[in-house]
Design a binder for this molecule. Structure first.
Ligand code: BG6
Length: 513
């Protein structure tokens, strides 16, 4: 179901007609469940501070941590400060921190503990009174999925999910959104039984990245690219998210989940939707979602799946100049773990624009280097009026959206090599964010947390997108479940042999980004 309501402009400082003005959140409290986790420390706390430092949080903002730790407010405040000092983007300033720290509270207890939730309720009521948070509360569930039911039912039982008067209540959910289609439907039903869909914010942090939002600018603010953006000129599309890190320390989350559920179901299918969608009527949340949903509805696995997908698990090898162990020797992983750390799939988008163009999606840990990119690889020119030897080094033209690192866009095309012969070779024309703009990009979590507080849902997938993404992935996962263990690949390489084979069968090859 798409969101019914368009967002209201809750912030009196924001002129709805001038989108260039900074968007400042209104009075609000953010409650983080799972505050002792890695995500909270590395991303959420620094993002909150960076928003405050950029003047985007009001004085009437409060942060409440909830966890099973015997901590006082001051212990938690110290933890937040350490996390901010270690990871903030905008530089630590005492005066900003001091103002933020006045609104930090901690509530100790387990998710089953009714008394702890009563204490949370008292704490929020106290903040509404003293800090002026005005009954506007966002609950961030940075917790394992198995804890969702209990936390959601506590929020319902205590009435904390229920807004009154002009105030709002919102819930923020971190992936994984289920582990297959049916469990995602169940999760969506559970969440929607407590919070209406317009109050649910599912975080896919890729949508908060500047370079991902730039896909819309590149496609819809320019005349140059659109005529080429279809099966008439595009041979295929490659979407790659490669990481060089391994999974040491993350077994609890990752084992049994694997690369396809962790990354393809969410980040990569969202990138596919943005690349393949038609121009939305406007950038309102409903119009954007409508176009993304149409893409996901039209996306099919290329058959047979066994030949058009690949998975692997990293073995020992190298990460940079360091020798590293294989997954099965990482802490917390069993010697017979079948969890894949590399996944690739091939899909088609059955629309007039894209019919017949394969979209290859791949992701992996412990690959050659950390890079995320979207490459539109163009068909070869139908005729080359050169001697064959003169174009031996000429590849296919490509437009590459460099999501990270080294954010920007590259256009790859053939150019004459200087000299007396007409030899043609591939060259790159680059736009880089670092060179073109002086301001650095905000972190994805800054943008997304601010949007939660503003009630701006454009960058959050709705339940239908999540369910459709699982419909695409489920057949691949079933095929893999029946075909034994993933092949091993050496750490520091570009994945299993099966991944290269899947491309070479079609006469194509993965890019080496
Ligand atoms: C997360 C995945 O969603 O994205 C992680 O769960 C992955 O496994 C991370 O490491 C990568 O994020 P980024 O922003 O560094 O590309």
């Amino acid at each position: 179901m798409a969101r019914a309501a368009e967002p209201e402009w809750t912030n009196p400082l924001r002129d709805p007609h001038d989108r260039r003005l900074p968007r400042i959140a209104g009075p609000s409290a953010l409650v983080i469940f799972g505050v002792t986790g890695d995500l909270a420390r590395r991303k959420l706390m620094p993002a909150i501070y960076d928003l405050a430092n950029r003047g985007l949080l009001p004085p009437s903002f409060a942060l409440v941590g909830f966890a099973r730790r015997d901590w006082a407010d001051t212990d938690f405040t110290t933890l937040v400060k350490d996390a901010v000092q270690a990871n903030c983007r905008t530089g630590f300033r005492d005066e900003v921190w001091d103002r933020l720290a006045e609104g930090i509270r901690f509530v100790a207890g387990s998710f089953e503990d009714d008394d702890a939730f009563a204490e949370l309720q008292r704490t929020l009521a106290e903040l509404d009174e003293t800090r002026g948070t005005d009954g506007n509360h966002a609950y961030y569930l940075s917790i394992p999925p198995k804890a969702f039911p209990v936390v959601l039912s506590q929020l319902r039982r205590t009435g904390m999910a229920q807004a009154s008067g002009d105030s709002w209540r919102r819930v923020v959910i971190e992936k994984p959104f289920g582990h297959d289609h049916d469990s995602a439907v169940e999760l969506n039903e559970l969440v929607n039984s407590v919070f209406p869909e317009e109050s649910v914010f599912r975080i896919d942090h890729y949508l908060g990245k500047e370079t991902v939002q730039n896909i819309l600018a590149l496609r819809f603010a320019n005349q140059l690219f659109d005529p080429l953006w279809s099966s008439h000129y595009v041979d295929h599309v490659q979407i790659t998210m490669a990481e060089d890190i391994g999974l040491g320390g993350r077994a609890g989350y990752y084992d049994g989940i694997g690369a396809a559920r962790d990354v393809i179901q969410n980040h990569l299918l969202q990138l596919l939707a943005l690349v393949a969608m038609e121009e939305p009527v406007s950038f309102s949340p409903r119009h954007l979602q409508t176009e993304k949903i149409k893409v996901l509805q039209s996306t099919r696995n290329i058959m047979p799946i066994s030949e058009n997908s690949a998975r692997g698990q990293y073995g020992a090898g190298w990460q940079g100049s360091e020798p590293v162990v294989g997954l099965k020797d990482e802490d917390g992983f069993a010697a017979d773990s079948t969890t894949e750390t590399f996944a690739a799939i091939a899909v088609e988008v059955d629309t007039r624009r894209w019919a017949g163009v394969p979209f290859y999606l791949r992701t992996g840990k412990r690959l050659g280097r950390r890079v995320t990119e979207i490459a539109l690889v163009f068909k070869r020119a139908p005729h080359l009026p050169f001697d064959d030897t003169m174009t031996a080094e000429l590849g296919q033209n490509a437009l590459v959206i460099r999501v990270q690192p080294d954010e920007g866009v590259t256009l790859r095309f053939g150019s004459k090599v200087p000299g007396s012969s007409m030899e043609v070779r591939d060259v790159n024309m680059d736009f880089s964010y670092g060179g073109a703009f002086t301001v650095s990009s905000p972190e994805a979590y800054e943008r997304l947390l601010l949007d939660v507080l503003l009630g701006e849902p454009s960058l959050f997938p709705v339940n239908e997108e999540v369910e459709l993404s699982w419909e695409i992935l489920d057949p691949v996962l079933s095929e893999w479940a029946e075909s034994g263990s993933p092949d091993e690949y050496e750490s520091g390489t570009w994945g299993p042999v099966a991944a290269d084979e899947m491309m070479s069968r079609t006469g194509r090859a993965w890019r080496r980004p």
